[in-house]
Ligand binder design. Structure first.
Ligand code: NDP
Length: 489
């Protein structure tokens, strides 16, 4: 039975019915029951959103950065006030534990908008003295930006994209993943309540074809995607027809290297956070855990003790550590990888099974799973699983070069981590790892001040930090003649 009313599109500052007359069912991963129907945007709907976004852009881009910042800060305030309500909705949609959603999802999104709201008044060009004449630059918004989100951190992704886009004076049309359509709509309501002009932030819903209507639309200047590598390639190809700017936050299979001199309990904590937070559905997860031979036995022993204490089950129970995977299909994929791990000869240390939680027997719950004695060519070591599956690999204690080469042997390059008490080794190893976001003696910490993004096939451009301003603005150079115009004819 549906627990929420049918969800509409959010265009031009209010909810609107889709003209498509089509809808899809939104499912709760914890019980595979329907949460609600969601209306699908077709071409007419996307065109309507583009018209609204254009109108919104005209007004928003003419405001001063300080004015935009003030309005965005109001949105931050409302987001924080409504944290618990939105976090609960996020749990219904994603299946992640409420203890995570309450303290991370909405609040980290609010942090991002706050950071860029603070920067809005500081955007500026430069002056170039050319003797008698001079030049200056203006940092101008791009226009209408499309944001296309993945399902693992729906509201955080919507905030990470809209915060900088709006702070820079752009408007945005956002398409959430069809598996998690709810909270971007709440963000749209909040922007309107805060005073963001109508049309500046719009939400259209649907599957890949709705996304394509955005990536192929001639009036849209930029696409920022969070999703899989293969989606990134398709989106970039579609965006190429109109030479849209693109930012891509894509998948990964990141290495976490634990040297023999590491603080072992910290390394164990980081390995858990790098694999089992949000049921393992985190793009930057360190799913290839390389552990020095001399400590691997003790490492696994301590790891298993901690994993055995993790509570799997009802995502709305504040005690739950591991919630439900996003969909039945995804759960089958994850279980398929676990089977492959066993068949390809990895040693199953713990976990590996689906869990039927009392009262939620139909939910997509899978035990946190650890494989040891993994080798580099196994499927579970090469491919992104996006579930609670850790692959532990060993390396000779002092073979720094060897483990770096193995860590880099991947088409992905999103993230990497190193544990060691040797400060020089930490920096030396990180400098050689081919990854965009790295940690020494921690993992998966993503403060808004720090750029986030991938090397190689894990991404293009960055989110968070000052650098993101460059991805949502363009630079205009203006030469000002103070003398006469010289002409040879
Ligand atoms: P997908 O690539 O399947 O989908 C991402 C978004 O793109 C969805 O909204 C999807 O719509 C849409 N989409 C799919 N095909 C197209 C297309 N041809 N044109 C335009 N839009 C399209 O990713 P998931 O949602 O499955 O998310 C998981 C992936 O995201 C993992 O690979 C993960 O690593 C990555 N990710 C990366 C992050 C990063 O910052 N680097 C952070 C979080 C996740 P629909 O939902 O309808 O399919």
């Amino acid at each position: 039975m549906n627990s929420l009313p049918e969800q509409k599109l959010y265009i031009d500052g209010h909810y609107q019915d889709a003209t498509s007359k089509e809808s899809f069912e939104n499912i709760n991963p914890a019980n595979n029951e329907s949460i609600c129907q969601v209306q699908v945007a077709n071409k007419d709907d996307v065109d309507r959103a583009v018209v609204a976004a254009h109108k919104g852009f005209q007004q928003w881009s003419q405001m001063s950065g300080a004015e935009r910042g003030r309005i965005l800060l109001k949105a931050v305030h409302i987001l924080r006030q409504r944290n618990q309500e939105i976090a609960k909705l996020e749990v219904l949609d994603t299946g992640k534990p409420i203890q995570e959603a309450n303290c991370v999802d909405v609040l980290s999104g609010a942090d991002a908008i706050e950071y860029f709201a603070g920067l809005a008044a500081t955007l500026h060009g430069q002056h170039y003295d050319l003797g008698q004449s001079f030049a200056y630059t203006r940092r101008e918004p791009l226009g209408i930006c499309a944001g296309i989100g993945a399902w693992n951190y729906p509201i955080q992704i919507a905030c990470w994209k809209s915060g900088p886009a709006l702070a820079c004076g752009n408007s945005m049309i956002f398409k959430p993943a069809e598996l998690t359509p709810l909270t971007a709509l709440k963000l749209a309501e909040i922007y309107t309540e805060a005073g963001v002009p109508d049309g500046v932030f719009n939400v259209v819903q649907g599957y890949a074809p709705t996304g394509q209507l955005l990536t192929r639309h001639p009036e849209i200047a930029k696409v920022s995607l969070t999703g899989e590598v293969e989606t990134g390639k398709r989106v970039m190809a579609d965006a190429a027809a109109t030479l849209k700017k693109v930012t891509m936050e894509l998948g990964g299979k990141s290495p976490l290297i634990i040297f023999a001199d590491s603080h072992l309990d910290n390394a164990v904590s980081a390995s858990l956070m790098a694999n089992f937070y949000t049921q393992g559905e985190v793009c930057s997860n360190g799913t290839r855990v390389f552990v020095a031979e001399s400590i691997i036995e003790e490492f696994l022993k301590r790891l298993v003790v901690r994993v055995n204490k993790m509570k799997i089950g009802d995502p709305l129970d504040p005690e739950t550590h591991v919630g439900a995977l996003i969909s039945q299909d995804h759960m089958e994929k994850v279980l398929g990888y676990i089977e492959k791990g066993v068949n390809e000869g990895a040693h199953l240390v713990c976990g590996g099974k689906r869990v039927a939680h009392p009262g939620l027997e139909k939910g997509n719950f899978v035990e946190p799973t650890i494989f040891a004695q993994c080798t580099d060519n196994m499927s579970i070591v090469r491919e992104e699983i996006f579930g609670p599956v850790m692959a532990v690999l060993s390396f000779p204690d002092n073979d720094e070069a060897g483990v770096i080469a193995r860590a880099n042997n991947s088409p992905y390059g999103l993230a990497a981590g190193v544990f060691t008490k040797d400060i020089q080794r930490g920096h030396r190893v990180i400098a050689q790892l081919q990854a965009g976001t790295c940690w020494i003696n921690n993992y998966n910490i993503t403060p808004i001040e720090m750029p986030f993004g991938g090397y190689k096939q894990s991404g293009i451009g960055r989110e968070n930090s000052l650098i993101t301003i460059e991805h949502y603005t363009q630079l205009k150079s203006v030469y000002v003649e103070m003398g006469d115009v010289e002409a040879p004819y």
